[in-house]
Design a protein around this ligand. Structure first.
Ligand code: HSE
Length: 299
């Protein structure tokens, strides 16, 4: 069995802890049943990932089985990682969502996608990455009395995402730790209205609204101190023709949403601007993933 899980970009500017989208950049979890327990790593990013029982994918699988009283089967896992860790592209969400989808499938799929989302949110702590990782597309995660209410806002097949990935790891806890515990009413109103505008823009496909819609007052300026050149690089993306640009999740990756024709100059201008501030970066142009985590049976 193979589970394919997309990278994700959370917040999208004003949608702190609630908006996100899935990207066509994937981690894969291969599960072989009836084998002694073993975890092997392959792909682009293996460093620092544990291969014993403390591995996040494995712990997540065991968590699901214990929740449904399913006896832990003996399996060998191969984790093929292409989502860079600690960069704001949802690598830990991919591990959690992938682990839940794999464990659920091995148990005969007793849990619905909505139930998996609630477990993923419990494990991850905020739902803005796990929701697009599970469902694909551009998503809104609403904390309701019954748990997270997921809304798919669209697939945006005509949008390209230029991602600029600094050679710099930034843990979400650190990037959250510098945020003030309280926000002013003016900042709250700014973000509520801009998140509303952004959702409207995605639903209507009116991408000219993204420039205004992706503005934020709750976290981006505050986090700029951790990412040299961040604000100038976001501006460079807009100047080069991006519809809108934001910090991806808690960073340090930046994401610009753009028409295909502008992606090359946006990527070049963003790279030059950030490297002038002394940080090495790599850029990728990605499509939006429409399917979310997918499980397939291999021979
Ligand atoms: N929304 C989170 C944050 C990151 O900005 O801290 C992704 O869950």
């Amino acid at each position: 069995m193979i589970v394919k899980i997309p990278a994700t970009s959370a917040n999208l500017g004003p949608g702190f802890d609630c908006l996100g989208l899935a990207l066509q950049l994937y981690n894969f979890i291969k599960v072989e049943t009836g084998r002694p327990f073993q975890i092997s790593l392959t792909g682009t990013y293996c460093e620092g990932i544990s291969i014993d029982e403390s591995n996040l994918v494995w712990r997540t699988m065991c968590y699901l089985w214990s929740r449904i009283n399913y006896p832990t089967p003996s399996v060998a896992l191969t984790l093929e990682n292409h989502i860079p860790p600690a960069r704001g592209l949802g690598s830990s969400s991919a591990a959690i969502v992938g682990g839940l989808v794999a464990a659920n499938a091995l148990a005969g799929s007793p849990l619905s996608t909505l139930e998996l989302l609630q477990l993923a949110n419990t494990l991850e702590g905020h739902p803005d990455n796990v929701t697009p990782a599970l469902y694909g597309g551009i998503t809104l995660a609403v904390p309701s009395e019954e748990g997270i209410l997921p809304r798919i806002l669209g697939q945006a097949g005509d949008l390209k995402a230029v991602v600029l990935i600094p050679d710099l790891r930034l843990k979400t806890e650190k990037a959250r730790g510098i945020l003030p515990p309280q926000v002013s009413r003016q900042e709250a109103v700014f973000n509520i209205s801009h998140a509303g505008l952004l959702i409207d823009a995605f639903i209507r496909g009116e991408y000219s609204l993204l420039k205004e819609g992706m503005r934020d007052l709750l976290h981006q300026n505050q986090r700029a101190v951790l990412i040299p050149g961040m604000l100038e690089t976001l501006k460079a993306a807009l100047d080069a023709g991006a519809y809108g640009a934001a910090l991806s999740g808690s960073g340090p990756t930046l994401i610009a949403l753009a028409p295909e024709a502008a992606t090359k100059s946006i990527a070049g201008d963003m790279l030059n601007t950030m490297e002038r501030h002394g940080t090495k970066v790599q850029t990728s142009v990605l499509d939006i993933d429409a399917g979310g985590a997918v499980c397939s049976i291999s021979q």
